[in-house]
Design a protein. Structure first.
Length: 82
């Protein structure tokens, strides 16, 4: 009758026919999982190297602007508080 290899081929073909509708969704989720894993691995590697600067996107503040700073200038934050 049927040998083990023929039965395995038939099972693979049946599984492929039944899984055709779900195949795009499965590949999409596998790609998303791979991207997440890659970014987490990169973040873990970057956390291990403390000497490398991190660039955080945000607003740039010019130092020569008089409106920027911590307040009146009386408290510079370098001495003891009392």
């Amino acid at each position: 009758m049927f040998g083990l290899s023929e039965l395995a081929i038939i099972l693979v073909v049946v599984a492929a026919v039944l899984a055709v509708k779900k195949l795009p969704e499965l590949t999409r989720s596998a790609g998303k999982s791979a991207r997440i894993l890659k970014s987490e691995a990169r973040a873990a590697r970057d956390a291990d190297e403390p000497g490398t600067p991190r660039v955080i996107p945000g607003e740039t503040v010019k130092r020569e602007d008089p409106g920027t700073g911590t307040g009146s200038g009386a408290d510079t934050g370098t001495g003891p508080r009392g």
